[in-house]
Design a protein around this ligand. Structure first.
Ligand code: FDA
Length: 538
């Protein structure tokens, strides 16, 4: 099966890229002129260019922004948004951005926690792949091609349209874009059984800094390794991904059991830390901590919501939980049988009435938030958990949660160096923290951000060390950033080792090979060694 939008590079573009060193006048107007001048079809490219004076500019900019913290009147805006309809539009945009020294921010679903797909401190344009959304599912061979601008919800919908027993192991929030999600790993409720989205990519189409369209064979195994978890906006524009689908039973079971402090939440959670990662691979569990109203009027308490997906029926699940985790007190009434795709909506907190909600890119409310992540390798003692509750009792944690996602299963089997995503064996669970506030309170965002930083600081004792690991797709600029200009290997390794551990070095070598001038970059993109003679590397 061929991927959509793959086409022969027009002769014009070959000539164009051979001239990429040429310097034209460095102005925005010249950039626009460049786009129409160097487009194989200037009429068609003019339809996908949105400047600030265009009435569609703001709606297009805002539509996929998820974190309103990085969408205020003070937030820097792109000089132009390009929404390509064909690969030549992307090639021309890369060429003209290079020539006119404008930074490119590639955007697929716009879910980046820090808004790096649509914000930059230097003059920039957005290359928005919203029109690169086609999906081809081949149930016979259990593979699919999915373009980067599709959401994972659109992808799930197209899979279940054709098969009730095929699925794909990616995230829960169905509005996430495939482009960013696969580029950073991508985990979800099938992770313990099958691993990450990136673990299932078997081919890809990418446009590199020189405008070449590459597939797995022509890009080579190093670059193909790097794009499966090494982060977006670093190695080129990934157009489409070929993935393996995975089998699931027609009926799966989910449950949610809520326990408050008065219902022994601390002890039950303490126990969960010892067993969540050892449960059978067919059983995924996570726990969400929030502050809720207590049964005593006017008082607050902490609630731990234990959620599970079991790849089988209720009758097998109940005895399994009663045997391995009796403390939870699971009863049949807590459990619901449904299809796999319904379980994704269940975990996403979305109504399961109509599956076509998966096609709605704006189905979920936008938030104003700051988030962070950790990996936990030893159970946190009860006294340590009580310290977390104290943080949640603080007033800034009105809309806040901590989520613990049990690892183990397939994640233990995949070697750390198999892909850039390194957080594999030895993790009991991934912890993530999020604090949100209303958009009107954005002027006071600092008090909420300080709260989450205090919580993160408190967690230091209990989480991974040297490095303190973090999940790339839960982007957090607090853990280190590149400079606007030249970034040394040493500086980038401050954040790079946390996201990628020892895989960071290989990512730097791949970057040096494929984009030595560091054209594709952002605050946390892998720097090449060759961007400065001083950059000596490891
Ligand atoms: P976006 O378009 O913002 O891109 C993210 C990064 O990738 C940017 O740097 C961008 O430039 C780059 N990029 C995007 N498309 C590219 C392309 N085609 N080629 C090259 N670079 C590209 N994660 C998870 O693993 N499991 C989960 O369940 C969830 N749940 C979740 C819920 C919510 C509400 C949010 C906001 C986020 C998550 N995430 C998540 C995190 C999510 O996986 C992460 O933010 C992804 O990068 C989002 O991908 P998008 O394409 O939507 O983002």
């Amino acid at each position: 099966m061929g991927a959509p939008h793959i086409s022969m590079l027009p002769v014009l573009l070959v000539v164009l890229f051979s001239l990429s060193g040429a310097t034209l006048a460095d102005s925005h107007d010249d950039f626009l002129h460049c786009l129409s001048l160097h487009s194989a079809d200037s009429a068609s490219i003019s339809k996908v260019i949105f400047t600030q004076s265009n009435s569609s500019y703001l709606p297009i900019l805002d539509v996929s922004i998820q974190n309103l913290r990085v969408s205020t009147s003070a937030t820097p805006k792109p000089f132009v948004i390009v929404t390509p309809l064909q690969t030549s539009h992307i090639q021309t945009t890369i060429y003209c951005s290079k020539t006119h020294k404008l930074e490119i921010r590639i955007r697929s679903g716009g879910h980046d926690f820090e808004g790096l797909s649509y914000v930059s401190e230097v003059p920039f344009i957005i290359l928005d792949l919203v029109n690169f959304r086609s999906i081809e599912v081949d149930t016979k061979n259990k593979v699919a091609w999915v373009e980067s601008g599709a959401t994972i919800g659109e992808f799930y919908y197209r899979i279940v349209e054709k098969s009730k027993t095929l699925a794909f192991p990616a995230g829960v929030c169905h509005t996430i874009g495939v482009g960013g999600h696969f580029s950073g790993g991508g985990y979800g409720i099938l992770m313990r059984k099958y691993g990450l989205a990136a673990d299932h990519v078997i081919d890809a189409h990418l446009i590199d800094v020189n405008g070449r369209i590459l597939d797995r064979k022509s890009m080579g195994e190093d670059l193909f390794w790097a794009i499966r978890g090494g982060g977006g906006n670093t190695f080129g524009v990934v157009l489409a991904w070929k993935v393996k689908l995975v089998p699931v039973p027609e009926v799966v079971t989910v449950f949610t059991v809520n326990k408050t402090l008065e219902q022994n939440a601390t002890k039950i959670l303490h126990r969960w830390q010892h067993i969540g990662h050892k449960l059978p691979d067919d059983l995924f569990t996570d726990v969400t901590i929030t502050k809720v109203n207590s049964s005593q009027v006017g008082k607050k308490t902490i609630q731990a919501a234990f959620k599970a997906l079991y790849l089988g029926g209720i009758d097998e699940l109940i005895p399994l939980i009663q045997d391995r985790f009796p403390e939870l007190g699971l009863v049949k009434q807590d459990c619901i049988e449904m299809s796999w795709v319904e379980s994704v909506l269940y975990f996403g907190g979305v109504s399961r009435e109509r599956l076509d909600i998966l096609l709605d890119r704006n189905a979920l409310p936008k938030q104003t938030f700051k988030a962070k992540s950790d990996y936990v390798k030893e159970p946190i003692p009860e006294s340590g958990l009580e310290g977390i509750w104290e943080k949640f009792f603080e007033k800034e944690a009105e809309i806040a949660f901590m989520m613990m996602v049990a690892f183990g299963g397939k994640m233990d089997e995949i070697p750390e160096a198999a892909l850039p995503y390194p957080h594999r064996a030895g993790n009991l669970y991934q912890a993530s923290y999020l604090v949100a506030w209303s958009k009107e309170e954005n002027a006071e965002s600092q008090k909420y951000i300080s709260w989450i930083r205090r919580l993160y600081s408190y967690m230091t004792t209990y989480v991974s060390k040297s490095p303190r690991e973090a999940y790339f797709n839960y982007r957090d600029l607090d853990i280190g950033t590149n400079n606007v200009g030249y970034t040394s290997y040493a500086q980038a390794s401050i954040w790079g080792l946390k996201y990628f551990k020892n895989n960071f070095n290989r990512l730097v070598h791949v970057k040096t090979m494929v984009d030595p001038e560091n054209f594709f970059k952002n605050e946390q993109s892998i720097p090449p060694l060759s961007s400065s003679p001083k950059n000596k590397g490891p």
